[in-house]
Design a binder for this molecule. Structure first.
Ligand code: ZN
Length: 312
């Protein structure tokens, strides 16, 4: 049952929704699992398959111990077929091979679960080939399409699937997931606060500019905290050179807001006077994002913050 608990904590709503379908015997022939990378789609798809094949369901949940469950976990079950892009796309031959395999076992009562990963990578031939199949699904057959880009799935395919939306991970869940990818705890926490997308967070973490820009913001924050007048020069010398376009500049304020909040939480209990300072700084940073949106220049905003904090 540990696996069930783990999956439930990753995707509580999806878990409940799928579990209900099993308990009430209301299963569709085709599902479309849609959501960001790292939200547990592939794991829930395997769990789904175990539901179909488990020899020893417990409270309507797969046991994780029987021969079928174990074989599905190790991706070694003959009736659970997974299809992934072959290079850049899922080719029509892959779909045809699947169809002929199913046709062979068609007269037996064997159940089949097919999981298609990155379904948006089906080219139009493979999508059309799959479509014919979805129009007349064989008995005891279930297909799970998995995608990060719902918009790239043909409407005709979408309309034949039950779409299950996978929510973005919570900040804590995303952080621990990033840590399990060998991203240092501090960075993982920052990233999880800057985005709720696992894929995006991993992408940012690999970007050299991110590490550099984070250090620049930390240095500016250090000056601001100490009321150090160098903060003002730093805006011109470093900040405006590092954060060039508006997206990067918003990112600067988001990072600064995060560092201020972290520090504020640290001082919250011990020092009421210091708390006021951080609250004030946080207000300034949050209004900075709005000003940037309203096209005030990044340098002007950063200098204003500096003046108000350092020279107050
Ligand atoms: Zn089992």
């Amino acid at each position: 049952m540990e696996e069930a608990q783990r999956l439930q904590s990753i995707q509580p709503i999806v878990f409940r929704q799928l579990q209900n379908s099993f308990e009430h015997g209301r299963l569709a022939h085709a599902y479309l699992f849609e959501g960001d990378q790292g939200t547990g789609k592939a794991e829930l798809a395997l769990w789904f398959a175990k539901h179909m094949f488990c020899l020893n369901l417990q409270n309507e949940m797969p046991c994780e111990k029987c021969n079928n469950c174990l074989r599905i976990t190790s991706k070694d079950h003959p009736d659970v077929v997974e299809i992934e892009p072959d290079g850049q796309s899922i080719k029509v031959d892959q779909i045809r091979a699947l169809q002929s395999e199913l046709a062979k076992s068609g007269f037996e009562s064997a159940k089949k679960v097919v999981i298609i990963h990155q379904a948006e990578k089906m080219n139009s031939n493979s999508a059309n080939s799959l479509l014919k199949f979805l129009e007349e699904p064989p008995a005891n057959f279930m297909i799970i399409l998995e995608t990060q880009s719902l918009g790239k799935i043909l409407p005709t395919i979408r309309s034949r699937c039950q779409t299950i939306h996978f929510q973005a991970l919570s900040t804590e869940r995303l952080q621990s997931r990033l840590e399990s990818e060998q991203i240092p705890a501090k960075t993982a926490k920052l990233l999880a606060n800057l985005t709720n997308s696992y894929g995006k967070a991993v992408e940012i973490s690999k970007d050299e500019w991110f590490n550099e820009s984070r250090d620049v913001v930390i240095q500016w924050f250090n000056y601001l905290e100490k009321n150090d007048p160098q903060a003002f020069i730093y805006v011109q010398k470093k900040l405006v050179k590092t954060f060039k376009d508006k997206t990067q500049q918003q990112f600067a304020f988001e990072m600064l807001a995060y560092f201020v909040k972290e520090k504020r939480n640290q001082v919250m209990k011990q020092n009421q006077t210091a708390l006021k300072t951080y609250n004030y700084l946080l207000e300034e940073v949050l209004s900075a994002s709005r000003k940037l949106e309203a096209n005030v220049s990044f340098q002007n905003i950063a200098e204003q913050i500096t003046l108000r904090i350092v020279f107050a």
